[in-house]
Design a protein around this ligand. Structure first.
Ligand SMILES: C[S@@+](CC[C@H](N)C(=O)[O-])C[C@H]1O[C@@H](n2cnc3c(N)ncnc32)[C@H](O)[C@@H]1O
Length: 308
């Protein structure tokens, strides 16, 4: 039985930063099972609207059903990097608020068929959109040892990347690596018990980020979102690991700069515009109470900025 309960992380803080106009137009880039979308709708008037999208078909279908009586929401099964396309379809030129709660949902982690967890045996896939691109199995069975080590190091920040890549290549000579648990066993066999969970999380995270092109999609989405915010409009992003958070932090910072000319230029020659004011000097993190009640919140960081 699918457990589709997903407690929205930092919900009150998200709403405080995001909502400036109760009759406005909002975008939820990571609909999931609708926790934040529901919270946003509850804070808005009857004439407001919300566009929500999720690249995962199960999340899309579930939320389409959940909100089928709600006239203020439009739901898409698109990648959030296509926010410009979705906005064109909806004839929306600007938003009052754009929100994203990055990563995977508890449902994706708990649902055996999704294959996002190394704890339960499933096909080694890790794609959020099961209709496009290479699966994690395609990668671990065909990429060179060096390519695998680079992925594990770059997207998992795992120091033992070379050793793990070597073991993957040895193991696949004996039997194709087609399941989550087989990949997990290969990693476990060469990792000391104290580091097993962390290493497994990092390696699975690395392949997940790679197959979903998560960091590039995030960069595209952030750039397009700032283009699409109206003056005073807000962008609020929840991230769960340092690679995502660094991209959000650096993107926001870049948008606060009004000149990128080399320091020795006597006059500014660039067309760079300052487009954002950062609202969260330091990222907002969940209270101990929230973490106690929702383990997924433990690594969350919220950053918010305002379009000027
Ligand atoms: C942490 S969950 C969101 C949970 C949601 N806020 C809620 O309260 O139910 C992240 C969701 O974003 C989706 N997602 C991740 N990357 C995406 C992308 N590039 N485009 C669209 N959806 C994406 C995942 O499929 C997942 O359902």
């Amino acid at each position: 039985m699918m457990n589709k309960h997903h407690t929205p992380v930092l919900l009150n803080e998200t709403l405080q930063y995001l909502i400036t106009n109760k009759s406005g137009i909002y975008f939820d880039a990571t609909l999931g099972f609708g926790g934040h979308s529901q919270g946003i709708l509850d804070s808005l008037n009857n004439n407001a609207s919300l566009i929500s999208t999720d690249v995962d078909t199960d999340a899309f279908k579930f939320s389409k059903e959940k909100f089928n009586q709600e006239k203020r929401i439009k739901i898409y099964n698109y990648n959030f990097s296509q926010i410009d396309l979705i906005s064109k379809i909806e004839s929306i030129s600007s938003y009052d608020g754009i929100f994203a709660d990055l990563g995977v949902s508890s449902f994706q982690l708990d649902n055996i068929e999704s294959g996002f967890s190394y704890r339960t045996e499933a096909k080694l896939d890790l794609r959020m959109d099961k209709t496009k691109g290479l699966t994690a199995a395609d990668i671990v069975n065909s990429f060179s040892e060096e390519e695998l080590a680079d992925i594990i190091y770059k997207y998992g920040e795992e120091k033992n990347s070379r050793k793990i890549a070597r073991s993957i290549c040895e193991a696949r000579k004996i039997k194709k690596i087609n399941t989550t648990t087989y990949l997990a066993k290969i990693i476990e066999d060469i990792t000391s018990p104290n580091y097993r969970m962390k290493t497994l999380s990092r390696v699975f995270q690395a392949f997940r980020i790679y197959v979903n092109d998560e960091l590039e999609n995030l960069k595209k989405f952030l750039k397009k979102s700032v283009d699409l915010l109206n003056n005073g409009g807000r962008i609020v992003i929840l991230s769960y690991h340092s690679l995502e958070d660094r991209i959000v932090k650096e993107d926001f910072k870049f948008e606060t700069i009004d000149c990128i000319c080399p320091k020795d230029f006597p006059v500014c020659k660039c067309d760079k515009e300052k487009r954002l004011n950062i609202l969260t000097k330091k990222p907002v993190v969940p209270s101990e109470d929230e973490i106690k009640n929702n383990n997924r919140a433990r690594s969350a960081k919220l950053r918010a900025a305002e379009r000027i």
